[in-house]
Ligand binder design. Structure first.
Ligand code: UN1
Length: 490
């Protein structure tokens, strides 16, 4: 399949260079993606700008009607989309279905916002005067999305943007462009007015930069690595853009001495090795109380023996490939580093090179133990199926270790003690906290995001996402028929 950009409601062919789309499970060539330039970004921004005036004037419940239709289409195509998602990204089919479901949920949830988008009314300090705040759309927004959740994260950003009256230009990841192409087809099928949604394929340095620098793009919403996010913020800051960033994580599961260890092990396996560890919410540290460490290690190893690795289209497979060769090498680099740092390799640690794994990019689920909190493998985001066990002997120490990293996305605690749990949820410094569940599985109607190196204070999802795509406008209506001066005529 040769993908095309979707600009102003047209599928645009250009004399562009292309890049292959590869199935990470098999190495199969799935198609090509165009590598666009500033010219295509300019055209897309112009289309979005032109469409935005009229779109913003359409009542929000009418804008929302399109989102309902998009949600229904996503539902109708759920299986078809999940199959493509597994082929281009590698996540196992059950997770791919879950990801499409996340998009459906977001469409219907944000469609509901069309009849809310609440502002506030407030009493004026003057008689016969009315005061209120309303959410106003901002204009053209630029979206930059990653490959690990190619459809869900796109819906987290684009749906609140359009229900609030903005139009957008979207640069999806080149690793997973087919999902973007499919979503653009849905925009077309439901008759979304031309120019409201534009998709331009290409590289970050070329088209991402062009989008951030474009004077008519007012907001940039980015999800990706902390290194790239920091560049986006720097450039965006220079051009006074509103920048919303979702970046890395170094998420931990804390297992206290009174925990249900069997349940904790299940939560760890699901959140550390699901999606082959390629979630920004993935569990990559286990902070375990010394009294249950041995039991946890034993049970973890037992549970891991049941993990089938392979092509995610096979419903029995639990862990699929990682995205590409570069990722495989990066993960391997961290594993070697862990060994050099003196951590004990409990299981895994290898790239799988023998058939049937030789054509794809597979890394064995890996556990290090006897890891100290300051080792590099316990500090940096690995983004693969690698987890480090760190021993502690109190809740205070567990919190200190959890918080002692530069990221702050997600954390989890397993305990049966209500005091421990409430103390932990207060002191864990992450944007998301789970109790008696792993570190993944955020639901779309709550804010999603993190503290410190994970974000810059904004949130995807939930009502909070609307704050990214709207400006507050305060409106004062004086119906006294006289000049009333605030702060003076008391
Ligand atoms: C991500 O990894 O970037 O909470 C998103 C979760 C998913 C979303 C993850 N609902 O794990």
């Amino acid at each position: 399949m040769e993908l095309k950009n979707y600009i102003a409601g047209e599928w645009v062919e250009g004399e562009l260079q292309t890049m292959p789309i590869i199935n990470p499970a098999t190495g199969e060539h799935l198609g090509t993606v165009p590598l666009s330039t500033k010219t295509e970004i300019d055209a897309a921004v112009q289309a979005a700008k032109k469409a935005q005036k009229e779109w913003a004037l359409l009542p929000a419940p009418k804008r929302a009607d399109y989102l309902y239709e998009i949600g229904f289409k996503l539902k109708e195509k759920k299986e078809y989309l999940a199959q493509i998602l597994t082929k281009e990204m590698g996540k196992v089919i059950e997770e791919a279905r879950g990801e499409v479901q996340e998009g459906i949920d977001m469409a219907l949830y944000m469609a509901g916002e069309g009849r809310r988008l609440f502002g506030e009314t407030a009493p004026s300090e003057l008689a016969n005067k009315f005061a209120m705040s309303v959410r106003a759309p901002i204009g053209v927004v630029g979206l930059i999305t990653p490959w690990n959740f190619p459809i869900a994260i796109a819906t987290w950003k684009s749906f609140p943007a359009i229900v609030a009256g903005n139009t957008f230009v979207w640069k999806p990841s080149n690793e997973t462009p087919m999902m973007a192409y499919e979503l653009a087809k849905i925009f077309e099928e439901v008759g979304l007015p031309k120019g409201v949604a534009n998709v331009v394929f290409g590289t970050g340095p070329t088209i991402g930069t062009a989008m951030i620098e474009h004077p008519d793009v007012r907001v940039i919403s980015f999800t990706g690595s902390t290194a790239t996010g920091s560049k986006v913020a720097e450039l965006g800051g220079k051009h006074l853009k509103k920048i919303s960033l979702e970046m890395g994580g170094k998420n931990a599961v804390i297992v206290m001495d009174d925990a249900d260890v069997d349940l904790a092990v299940q939560g760890i396996v699901w959140s550390a090795f699901g999606t082959a560890g390629q979630r920004c919410t993935a569990c990559s540290r286990i902070i375990v109380h010394r009294d249950v460490k041995e039991e946890l290690e034993e049970k973890l190893l037992k549970e891991m023996r049941a993990i089938t690795i392979g092509n995610g289209l096979d419903p029995d497979v639990k862990v699929g490939p990682v995205i590409n060769r570069q990722a495989l090498e990066k993960i391997n680099h961290y594993v070697q580093l862990g060994k050099q740092e003196g951590a004990t390799l409990l299981t895994g640690g290898h790239i799988l090179t023998k058939a049937p794994y030789d054509k794809g990019f597979y890394f064995e689920p890996t556990v290090f133990t006897n890891v100290s909190p300051n080792m590099i493998i316990a500090q940096e985001e690995i983004f693969g199926p690698v987890v480090s066990i760190i021993e502690i002997d109190s809740l205070e120490q567990a919190i200190e270790v959890n918080n002692g990293v530069r990221f702050g996305l997600s954390s989890s605690i397993f305990s049966r003690n209500v005091n421990t749990i409430f103390k932990a949820q207060q002191l864990l410094d992450t944007g998301i906290v789970y109790v008696n569940a792993g570190t993944t599985g955020a639901e779309i109607h709550l804010p999603f995001g993190g503290t410190k190196g994970t974000g810059n204070g904004h949130r995807d999802s939930g009502q909070a996402a609307l704050d990214v795509y709207t400006e507050w406008k305060s409106v004062y209506v004086d119906y006294s028929g006289t000049l009333q001066r605030a702060q003076i005529d008391t």
